[in-house]
Write a protein of this length. Structure first.
Lengths: 428, 253
């Protein structure tokens, strides 16, 4: 190695010159080329890459929307209609952005679910998991503020309801609300600051995603068995094995996305948001976007405003403590016969919360939301801490390769299981 | 199998969405509009007749401020026809070099003329009610096209024992059943240029088709592009999956 220069393996002289001074090519090769990745991923491991793609799609479409959007109460609604009618492919850009928010939450919910099922939050991946929860929180804030921008009825009244929640905080609550509004009601200053923050936060998300990925590349990925790779026989180089497997997922994801954008672009939205905002007329039902419904149900489960806000916030905050609430040493639910059943019930419970969140706040929906809210928290605060102590878990396989290839192949003597790892694409 | 599970999960997420679509009125009957099917298109002749209904009936009270006369060319009218239509309206323009507002005949790029200069004027002329802008009406109501068709054909005498508020009209499909808008469609009140008989149902159908086009002028382009995109992605998906199989062929996993 020369004085201060990176010892680059790149053969192209120009790239090598760059790589010696700024080893980005070495880094990409290390982190995405040969990066040792467990050989037993299933398709649930696509969703991190999908979330990354989705974030890029949102930022790209969002930049073009911002070029044509006017953040003023008198013009916002009409400027969105101008985008739909007069901007070249404006309808496409807007529908992609609009449905992209829904796709993003679908993808991220599956990604989180996978983490919960396979215990990806456990040591040594606690910080990786917590950064993920931060991303989720930022996404929720960004999506909420984005939904306000078209300045339709649901934009206005959703903003009014959600910002008002902060007034439940003792002492400082009303002041916080005044700062959020930039005045004494949701009005033009609110729209202006929401637009500014809606443009800013995605780049904060990019930053936290970078940390999330950086942390992932320290610990390495979890896998469906939840046991650490013990050597090269347990892993495959990320490229080409997982670049191609992710590609399959990306195409399927794009197809679902396209079906939504081209054939049912308003299916997940509310008709009310095509009525311009009117502070004097309250819609019959103020309902948030579908991806907030589970948390909206938790909010409304408690008759007390502050109690509801605390529970709703707690529903996400509890995720930060998950690595320590779950006391079991076993990561994957595959080997936790009882917890697995309870977790699958918890999953159903989450869907019920989503459903009940879209219903009016009356019986029997209130009672259902109360039961479901209870179960949501009991799982984290009681089931997981207890199960670690009492559950009889199944025997973990010795290694990933042994579980995948069977006992015979991974015993010494036979063909070396690690051959695949040592042999990238040269045959193709 | 696992892939299927992932799909099932996302499908369930989507399926939970219609829960939000609940409204206060009875769901409107299906009027079988051509554009309401997945690959459906706008019936141009019907939409042109619908424009005539809007122009001769609705536009007395309802604005469509997102539309310009030039947009009518998308409905199959020639530029000359549109110029002629626009010229029948008088629009206020200005200020001119002397600082005065002045009136002139409408031109092709002008927005549709609004019946009232502002909301107050509209309310004062309509017994306190504000006739909503119709530019995106089929998107602004649940099951918009079917709802509008039902509403326009849903006027009747109030059932015995129902007390109507002053100036309100009974309508079977309006939430609350009392609507400020009177019944405006009557048999043969319009003479269609193409000789179609102007029944109430026909006029309601035509004007709804026109409004559906006005709300989503991109609908046909969007669906046509969607077919191409999905065909492309299907082929790309097949190829990608084949490559994936080949790459993974000698790896047990």
């Amino acid at each position: 190695m020369g004085m201060g220069l990176h010892d680059s393996q790149v053969s192209n002289p120009v790239l090598r010159w760059i790589d010696q001074r700024l080893p980005v090519i070495t880094m990409i090769q290390k982190e995405y080329g040969v990066f040792p990745t467990p050989r037993n991923f299933n398709y649930f491991w696509n969703f991190g890459a999908l979330a990354m793609i989705n974030l890029m799609i949102m930022i790209a479409t969002g930049i073009f929307l911002a070029m044509n959007y006017t953040p003023h109460t008198a013009y916002a609604f009409d400027s969105v209609e101008r985008i739909m009618r007069d901007v070249h492919f404006g309808w496409l850009i807007r529908y992609v952005h609009m449905n992209g928010a829904s796709m993003f939450f679908v993808v991220v919910y599956v990604h989180i679910w996978r983490g919960l099922y396979y215990g990806s939050y456990k040591a040594p991946r606690e910080l990786l998991w917590m950064l993920g929860v931060v991303i989720f929180l930022l996404m929720m804030a960004t999506a909420f503020m984005g939904y306000v921008l078209p300045w339709g009825q649901m934009s206005f009244w959703g903003a009014t309801v959600i910002t008002n929640l902060f007034s439940a905080i003792p002492v400082v609550g009303p002041t916080i609300v005044t700062y959020l509004w930039g005045g004494f009601s949701v009005d033009n200053p609110t729209l202006n600051r929401f637009f500014s923050l809606h443009y800013l936060l995605p780049f904060v998300i990019v930053g936290v995603v970078f940390l999330h990925v950086a942390a992932l590349h320290i610990t390495g990925s979890n896998n469906p068995l939840g046991i650490e790779p013990k050597g090269p026989q347990d892993t495959l180089p990320f490229h080409p094995y997982y670049t191609i497997k992710d590609s399959v997922g990306i195409v399927v994801y794009l197809a679902v996305f396209a079906a939504l954008v081209f054939f049912a672009p308003n299916y997940l939205g509310h008709a009310d948001n095509y009525i311009p905002a009117n502070p004097l007329v309250t819609p019959a039902h103020i309902v948030p976007e579908w991806y907030f419904l589970p948390f909206y149900a938790i909010l409304r489960a408690v008759p007390d405003k502050l109690g509801g806000v605390v529970l709703m916030g707690g529903a996400i905050i509890v995720l930060f403590f998950l690595p320590w609430l779950d006391t079991s040493k076993v990561r994957s639910m595959r080997f936790r016969p009882i917890t697995r059943i309870i977790f699958l019930l918890w999953t159903v419970n989450f869907f019920v919360l989503t459903w009940v969140g879209g219903k009016p706040a009356e019986q029997p929906y209130v009672l259902i939301s109360q039961i479901c809210t209870m179960f949501y928290f009991v799982y984290f605060l009681v089931v997981l801490p207890m199960m670690g102590r009492f559950e009889v878990v199944m025997k973990l396989p010795e290694s990933i390769s042994r579980a995948v290839l069977g006992a015979k192949a991974s015993l010494g003597g036979g063909p070396i299981p690690g051959t695949a790892a040592a042999k990238p694409m040269e045959k193709a | 199998m696992r892939l299927l599970k992932a799909f099932a999960l996302s499908a369930a997420l989507f399926a939970s969405a219609p829960a939000l679509a609940a409204g206060g009125a009875p769901p409107p009957p299906n009027a079988n509009f051509s554009f309401n099917s997945l690959f459906g298109t706008i019936d141009r002749a019907s939409a042109q007749r619908g424009f005539q209904v809007y122009k001769e009936v609705c536009s007395a009270c309802h604005a469509m401020r997102q539309l310009s006369y030039r947009n009518l060319m998308d409905l199959g009218l020639t530029e000359a026809q549109v110029r002629e239509i626009a010229a029948t309206f008088t629009v206020t323009d200005g200020p001119n070099d002397e600082g005065q507002m002045f009136e002139r005949p409408g031109r092709v790029p002008d927005r549709f003329r609004r019946p009232f200069p502002n909301e107050q004027a509209a309310r004062s002329a309509n017994n306190g009610a504000y006739p909503p802008d119709l530019s995106v009406m089929t998107k602004a109501r649940n099951d918009g096209a079917n709802y509008l068709h039902a509403l326009l054909t849903g006027y009747a005498d109030p059932p015995a024992g129902m007390t109507m508020m002053d100036g309100m009209n009974y309508n079977r499909w309006f939430p609350g059943f009392q609507i400020a808008m009177p019944n405006v469609l009557n048999e043969d009140q319009i003479e269609y240029a193409d000789g179609t008989k102007a029944t109430v149902d026909q006029m309601a159908r035509d004007v709804t088709t026109f409004l559906a086009w006005a709300a989503e002028p991109e609908m046909e382009t969007r669906r046509a592009m969607g077919v191409k995109v999905l065909i492309f992605l299907t082929i790309l998906g097949g190829l990608t999956y084949a490559v994936k199989r080949k790459v993974w062929a000698d790896v047990k996993h």
